[in-house]
Write a new protein. Structure first.
Length: 300
């Protein structure tokens, strides 16, 4: 039985702690109330004890990740499964860019794919992809997963990261589309063009098209763009109703990564000359642009 420490007590961190506890000894480091985890024999521990585990699962919000890593001393040969999705706005950095400043790229794997935390907590079946430069590490983490989670391995780290970040932006647009009752034709067009836009952005950084057509890309995109279980989709619904970003985020009570990611993608697109029209308009809307003006821009 392996010993696993989960860092981050948001909904995804708690869901991963629950699922990993089916086959492993799991502890969690969290400022949140995790009393609901007691039944699964998951202990809440202090940082020093958690850093003694063989495997780490880090589910810290992307824009808080760098500061968190600065505040701890990662063991030299630690094995990390990164469960954060998004792009850091302060430096326009991918999650792998951040980790590689603190540990070897061979020590980190990245978890991607369609997975609502609430369904994982119910032990409902799902399939995920573990992206890593070190496939042996990806297989190790895959072996820790319970029977209701099927895992695949991929060497396309940047593709998995971009897919996991970009789909949150498109999910906001999808929520806006549904919130405005624009219809099924518009929604299908949005998701199809969103997938193309994700792939175009990824292609610039050397990502593989097959990643965007698989679980990490299309699978996660379709999931998060069609359900109120998706925080980013609910952001879009709120924007369509005329709510302010502050009101929406207060109602959510958790981070919606797509908001900050839309800013990062827009800035990277401008810097690199990558055409990202949907991400650009989502960012503009979160900054106060009239939604109908953005729709006119996209239609033209």
């Amino acid at each position: 039985m392996a010993r696993v420490s989960v860092f981050g007590g948001g909904s995804w961190g708690r869901a991963l702690a629950f699922s990993l506890s089916q086959k492993n000894e799991v502890c969690i480091v969290s400022r949140r109330d995790v009393r609901d985890m007691v039944a699964a024999n998951i202990r809440q521990v202090e940082l020093a004890e958690a850093l003694m585990s063989e495997y780490f699962v880090i589910a810290i919000a992307t824009n808080a990740l760098r500061d968190w890593l600065e505040g701890i001393a990662l063991p030299k040969e630690c094995k990390i499964l990164a469960a954060s999705k998004g792009i850091e706005t302060a430096h326009n950095a991918f999650v792998s860019d951040i980790y590689e400043q603190y540990t070897s790229q061979n020590n980190v794997a990245y978890l991607c794919g369609p997975s609502f935390a609430s369904e994982v907590l119910q032990s409902l079946p799902c399939a995920l992809v573990i992206h890593a430069h070190n496939l042996l590490l990806a297989k190790e983490f895959g072996a820790l997963m319970p029977s209701f989670i099927k895992t695949y391995e991929s060497l396309d780290v940047i593709g998995g990261e971009i897919a996991g970040a970009y789909k949150n932006v498109i999910a906001i647009a999808a929520g806006i589309c549904d919130g405005l009752n624009l219809g099924a034709n518009a929604k299908a067009s949005l998701l199809a063009r969103g997938l193309v836009e994700m792939n175009r952005f990824g292609e610039y950084f050397g990502a593989k098209m097959e990643t965007f057509l698989g679980l990490s890309g299309a699978g996660d995109l379709f999931l998060t763009s069609n359900s109120t279980m998706s925080r980013n989709y609910r952001v879009g619904l709120g924007l369509a109703k005329g709510k302010t970003m502050q009101e929406i985020l207060c109602e959510l009570g958790e981070v919606a990564e797509g908001v900050k990611t839309s800013e990062a993608i827009t800035k990277i697109g401008q810097e690199k000359g990558i055409y990202v029209p949907i991400a650009h308009e989502v960012y503009a809307i979160t900054e106060g642009k009239n939604i109908k003006e953005s729709l006119d821009t996209l239609m033209k």
